[in-house]
Design a protein around this ligand. Structure first.
Ligand SMILES: NC(=[NH2+])NCCC[C@H](N)C(=O)O
Ligand SMILES: O=C(O)CCC(=O)C(=O)O
Ligand SMILES: [Fe+2]
Length: 352
């Protein structure tokens, strides 16, 4: 089939998709994680005045993302436009920070008073009651002028982000990175809006127009064969989209398929591993399911990963979208949940 015809074919299938075949795509036992070149989405964002050909390319990417969300819940993105130097620098600064003395790291120690933001030492974070073999710095969206009063002083997550003074470039680089990643998160979510609802603005406004975010800088010491200890225990992510920037050359992130097999999400230089969170499960009424994953750094190298979490509005009431309910014969599979409450419950259970 010629390239042109295969695109047409893909578009025709996408159209068909929007009618009734959506629920038939099964999640049965994927054995690999798709790689999606999202450059058509990036191009569309920077050149809103586009041509038919660009539309077709965008539709193709939307379909790829839709299939990945239905079948796997995970995919790699390339062609995202984030400079490789930036991606690498962010992890390098993470390594530099974790290489500091315990004393220095504790100058930005996470406490209840910091709203659970800041540095946590090895084993402090727990998943299902078991200590995770990682150290980390957690950042959440600041309570700034655009984001007032939701986190009033007595809210458990209210507090200030803690920035290390060393390495000196850490704070400025990470702040720039946060802006870039917010943009990328929004771009991917627009494609998901097109896939699920046929509208790129489906999640704007009260849903995720003023998105909350989390960023974790995580360091995993090498466990060398100690298979009893886990870098991060199995879990799903809490919000909409996670974009993981992971060290090259170290396999550690694993994704669970329907058979219960663990599939490695090997690092692919210059890509982000993207996965969907609990809130997309609810909004899509289960058409997209968040996939369980864990981290097992059983090699011999120290690993850094930096997941960025693109989330709903903190106060968004998340409930199955009408169109998704309709595709499920009107059945709503999940009760409404306020995103900020879901997050707060999770965070408060992350520490002993
Ligand atoms: N914000 C996160 N995704 N943290 C990683 C998940 C592991 C966390 N300890 C949990 O129990 O859920
Ligand atoms: O380190 C990774 O690759 C992923 C970490 C993770 O799953 C998380 O922080 O939610
Ligand atoms: Fe995760």
């Amino acid at each position: 089939m010629s390239k042109f015809r295969s695109v047409l074919f893909a578009v025709a299938k996408l159209e068909h998709f929007n009618n009734n075949s959506k629920m038939t795509i099964s999640r049965a036992s994927f054995s690999s994680i798709p790689i999606i070149d999202i450059s058509p989405l990036i191009k569309m964002r920077s050149h809103p005045k586009h041509y038919d050909q660009d539309d077709m390319k965008e539709k193709k990417v939307v379909k790829e993302i839709d299939e990945a969300c239905r079948k796997v819940g995970f995919f790699y993105v390339q062609g995202h436009g984030v400079p490789f130097e930036m991606i690498d620098l962010v992890r390098k600064l993470g390594h530099d920070f974790f290489n500091l003395s315990t004393e220095e790291k504790h100058t930005i120690k996470m406490t209840q008073a910091s709203g659970w933001r800041g540095y946590q030492t090895l084993g402090e974070n727990v998943t299902k009651g078991i200590s995770d073999m990682h150290e980390a710095i957690d950042y959440f969206r600041d309570c700034d002028a655009e984001f007032p009063r939701l986190l009033h002083e007595d809210h458990p997550l209210s507090g200030r982000n803690l920035w290390p003074s060393s390495p000196a470039a850490f704070q400025p680089v990470y702040k720039q990175y946060l802006t870039i990643m917010q943009d990328l998160g929004r771009t991917i979510l627009e494609a998901i809006g097109l896939a699920l609802v046929g509208s790129r603005d489906a999640f704007e406004g009260t849903r995720a127009g003023n998105p909350f975010w989390l960023l974790r800088v995580i360091g995993y010491p090498p466990m060398e064969q100690k298979v009893t200890e886990v870098g991060c225990g199995e879990h799903t992510d809490y919000g909409l989209l996670t974009l993981v920037n992971q060290d090259d050359g170290i396999r550690a992130l694993q994704v669970k398929n329907e058979d219960g097999d663990w599939i490695w999400a090997d690092p692919i230089p210059g890509t982000f591993v993207v996965n969907i969170g609990d809130m997309l499960k609810v909004w899509s009424n289960g058409e997209y399911m968040p996939t369980v994953h864990r981290v097992l750094n059983d090699g011999s190298k120290y690993r850094v990963s930096v997941p960025y979490f693109y989330e709903p509005n903190f106060d968004a009431v998340v409930e199955p979208l009408d169109i998704c309910k309709k595709r499920a014969e009107g059945i709503s599979k999940y009760a409404p949940v306020v995103y900020g409450d879901h997050l707060t419950n999770k965070i408060l259970n992350n520490f002993k």
